[in-house]
Design a protein around this ligand. Structure first.
Ligand code: HEM
Length: 430
């Protein structure tokens, strides 16, 4: 009853290469052989990681307090996000930050940010080539970066925004390459120097710019998330120190920009391969049928979850599929597999937004934003941004695919992203 679940036999190096280069075929071949629960062995990890995809086990994992993070997360994220990042803190410190950081991402505030998204998308669409193939993903990245700079950082002046967007864009590009991911793994194995060392100058430049923004918002608060963080108080009445605000800003930027852009790029790829769904979505946008637009976003995040896994190190034992995983085991929901489970979703590979109109899946069946005490704090923001961007684009442009082939999955940092950047042909809507 205590052995870890079985998993693929090849050595860790071979499993790591398959995970980095062909993640979906790797995950699905493991599911075919071992079922919902299996162990994988990646380079640089002390012990195997157990992947789960059945909703009850995922519920047990997410609802138990006291699990910690596998050390790989801090290794990869700390150099860029900083040690006080919400994504890296644990226990009470983590919960207290969530309490302070969640309110700006909920309720009425979301409505105020809709206008920002609408304006940013409308302006970006004007730069699209007409009748010529182009990749949509970089445009979605530009949009989501600008939305974060405006809504989260509160940088509204164009010149000022460019000054920040340039080094941040460079940092995001430099840290998402596969080469760097390999370097991470290799350096870690060999105990060599931190591969992010060479980015330290760029980080210093960005830190200085962020310090200016934090000071400016302290003197003159506005209607943005940074102003709310500056004004927030912990239970003991203390404010968040500037260095930590810096870490949370980088966290919100890095967690919220690429993910949402990728979610949009996948949604368009799916729509272009399913003309009936696209036609129905255009009708819904024209008639203001918000339920269908929401359903398209949910179905797209189901079939193409942007973040494939989100690991935990067990703080107490977890019973799963006849195994008792001891405290200390690294475990993660395999979000992609959980979303394509035939027992949960009939015809799981069909793109069918109607499934979300007929009744939502249960909390632990649909987990593109994770769950429990680490569930994504930007989920409502991301869904709003995706809905508004979809509607704004479809009101302005008629889109067709630039190639007959659906996009394949490529890994970009912690995300699964469309390998070819979702190439489309767009013409103004007549
Ligand atoms: C489609 C877009 C997005 C997806 C798919 C996504 C996905 C996720 C997932 C799966 C997690 C949980 C990680 C874990 O289990 O440890 C997470 C956490 C987080 N996300 Fe998102 N996210 C998206 C957009 C955003 C946005 C727009 C923001 C903010 C502007 C954001 C900020 C965060 C933060 C701060 C956390 C850490 C929460 C914590 O550790 O308590 N995300 N996200």
């Amino acid at each position: 009853m205590t052995a870890l679940p079985p998993g693929p036999a090849p050595p860790p190096a071979a499993q790591t290469v398959r995970w980095l280069l062909r993640p979906i075929s790797f995950l699905e071949s493991c599911r075919r052989r071992f079922g919902d629960t299996f162990s994988v062995d990646f380079l640089g990890f002390r012990t195997p990681m157990v992947l789960l995809s059945d909703p009850e086990t995922i519920r047990d994992l997410y609802t138990t307090r006291g699990h910690t993070l596998p050390p790989g997360r801090a290794f990869a994220l700390r150099p860029i996000m900083g040690a006080r990042s919400l994504l890296l803190l644990e226990g009470d410190e983590h919960l207290e930050r969530r309490r302070v950081m969640l309110p700006p991402f909920h309720g009425e505030r979301m409505r105020a940010y809709e206008t920002t998204v609408r304006e940013v998308v409308a302006r970006d669409v004007e730069t699209w080539p007409v009748g010529q193939p182009f990749a949509l993903h970089p445009h979605m990245q530009a949009v989501t970066l600008e939305v974060i700079l405006r809504a989260v950082f509160g940088v509204t002046d164009g010149e000022h925004r460019r000054r920040l967007a340039e080094p941040l864009g460079r940092l995001l590009r430099d840290t998402s390459s596969l080469g760097l991911q390999f370097a991470f793994v290799l350096m870690r194995r060999l105990g060599g120097p931190d591969p992010l060392e060479r980015l330290s100058e760029l980080r210093a430049e960005i830190d200085a710019l962020l310090a200016e923004e934090i000071a400016a918002r302290r003197d003159d608060p506005r209607d943005d998330i940074l102003s709310l963080l500056v004004a927030a108080r912990f239970e003991d009445g203390e404010p968040m120190p500037d260095g930590e605000i810096r870490d949370q800003l980088m966290t919100l930027l890095l967690a919220g920009h690429e993910t949402t852009a990728t979610g949009l790029a996948w949604t368009f790829d799916l729509l272009l391969r399913h003309p009936q769904v696209l036609a129905e979505l255009i009708r819904a946008v024209d008639e203001g049928d918000d339920a269908y637009v929401r359903a398209v976003v949910s179905e797209s995040l189901r079939l193409r979850p942007v973040v494939p896994i989100g690991g935990r190190r067990l703080g107490s034992e977890l019973r799963v599929d006849g195994h008792v995983l001891p405290a200390g085991t690294d475990v993660s929901p395999a979000i992609w597999l959980a979303h394509t489970r035939a027992q949960t979703y009939p015809e799981p590979y069909a793109f069918r937004p109607e499934r979300f109109l007929d009744g939502a899946p249960s909390t632990y069946e649909w987990i593109p934003f994770g769950g429990g005490v680490r569930r994504c704090i930007g989920a409502a923001f991301a869904e709003m941004e995706m809905r508004v961007a979809l509607a704004e684009i479809l009101r302005r442009r008629t889109l067709s695919p630039a190639s007959g082939r659906a996009e394949r999955v490529a890994r970009r940092n912690v995300t699964f992203s469309p390998r070819g950047g979702t190439r489309v042909v767009a013409v103004p809507r007549g």
